[in-house]
Write a protein that binds this ligand. Structure first.
Ligand code: AMP
Length: 393
């Protein structure tokens, strides 16, 4: 079955066409700066023929043009991998959030309405996906369109870890609850571990521009650091993590507008907000090394947050066989992995310093006598989406 995976950002689109269940990538594509009349970037790569283009200065005024450009490459020219776009049976979206639809769903009017209902919780993501889905549905009317919501992997988290201490009617009426995100990534990590072992406890640390920790018991998420919105849990590159809600009211009384407060939490917070240096951890670490105290504080806040969740999830799980690092920071920063693991000695975690430093791609980085197997597993969110899309009956 040919499955197209679509990842939509506010001004970008990424595509991967798979042959499933073989998990074979047939072609990839990307559009950056969607909306530009003369400065968009279009990339396409055919895994079948090796044909590869990366063109800048393109006119791609909207999602429709970007999608059509990609589909055109799939069926015509030197990089063609399909004889007709109708061969695409399913399209899977790395969609984020839809009220009442927290799993993997064939997209219908109700799912789209749920995305509109929760627009305030994920405005950038939900508007991008609504646009991409509606455009794709018009271009591929016969395909099955599947929303693999980022909340899906966390659907089994028990209610006692899901419910906030707010009036219960808020949960019933407005859907207020902890939902969790990065489901495609943590789900992919579980896929990798499931292939090796049936019964295990694992903690997956997805540390990237957006960061979360997830406790996994026998392949299922039992808790995660994200709450209801993307501005929760760990601090992120430029988004606040968990924050006392009363601070918002207090800051308003201090004279900040709601717009300024939201901007602080959603764009000027996190590593950037604390360090004042950058939202990129590489620059924050560099500044910390040069003696910048706020940069060091930002790194410490980040690491401490990760350790807190690992400690809590260890008790939720009752066992810890694997500790996994993934995503940009998790896969590439031996320093962060080292700082986190150094605080986990009470759990019997012991790193192999050399393996950690030399790690490129996936590897076991714990010492032989470590009680927990510490691993770096490069995430593959698109493959996770393709699998969930393929599995849907
Ligand atoms: P992602 O969102 O998964 O693409 O991760 C992107 C982030 O990974 C960037 O913002 C960087 O801060 C971070 N990153 C990538 N490589 C490194 C590295 N070697 N050391 C520290 N941070 C890194």
């Amino acid at each position: 079955m040919k499955i197209l995976v679509c990842n939509a950002g506010s001004t970008s689109l990424k595509f991967k066409l798979y042959e499933m269940p073989e998990c074979k990538v047939l072609a990839t594509g990307k559009v950056e700066r969607v909306g530009s009349a003369d400065d968009a970037i279009f990339g396409y790569c055919s895994c079948r023929t090796g044909f590869n283009i990366e063109a800048a200065g393109e006119c791609i005024p909207g999602y429709k043009e970007g999608i059509e450009r990609f589909l055109g490459c799939l069926t015509g020219g030197d990089g063609a991998v399909l004889s007709d776009i109708s061969q695409i049976e399913r399209v899977g979206y790395k969609s984020v959030l839809s009220k009442g639809h927290y799993g993997v769903h064939e997209i219908d009017g109700g799912v789209l309405q749920g995305m509109r209902d929760f627009m305030a919780l994920a405005p950038v993501h939900n508007s991008a996906y609504l646009n991409a889905i509606e455009t794709m549905q018009a271009v591929l009317p016969k395909a099955k369109h599947v929303g693999v919501f980022e909340t899906a992997f966390h659907r089994d988290i028990p209610m006692e870890r899901r419910i906030y201490g707010v009036p219960f009617e808020w949960h019933e009426k407005y859907g207020i609850q902890r939902l969790g995100y990065h489901g495609a990534s943590h789900g992919y990590i579980a896929d990798v571990l499931n292939a090796e072992k049936k019964e295990y406890g694992a903690i997956s640390c997805h540390l990237g521009g957006s960061a979360s920790v997830c406790g996994i018991l026998n392949g299922r998420s039992v808790d995660t650091s994200f709450g209801m919105s993307l501005e929760t849990g760990l601090i992120h590159a430029n988004r606040v993590g968990d924050m006392d809600p009363t601070m918002i009211h207090f800051l308003e009384q201090e004279g900040l507008s709601m717009e300024e407060i939201l901007e602080g939490c959603q764009k000027k917070g996190g590593l950037l907000g604390i360090s004042g240096v950058s939202n990129d951890l590489r620059y924050v670490l560099e500044a910390a090394d040069q003696g910048n105290r706020r940069a060091k504080l930002a790194v410490d806040v980040f690491v401490t947050g990760i350790v807190h969740y690992i400690g809590a999830f260890f008790l939720d799980l009752g066992r810890l066989d694997y500790l996994v690092f993934t995503a940009g920071i998790g896969e590439h920063s031996d320093r962060v992995r080292n700082m986190v693991c150094a605080k986990l000695a009470p759990l019997g975690v012991k790193l192999d310093e050399e393996a950690n430093r030399g790690c490129r791609g996936g590897a076991v980085i714990s010492a032989e006598d470590s009680k927990v197997c510490v691993r770096v597993i490069p995430t593959d969110e698109e493959l996770g989406i393709a699998r969930r899309t393929c599995e849907l009956n």
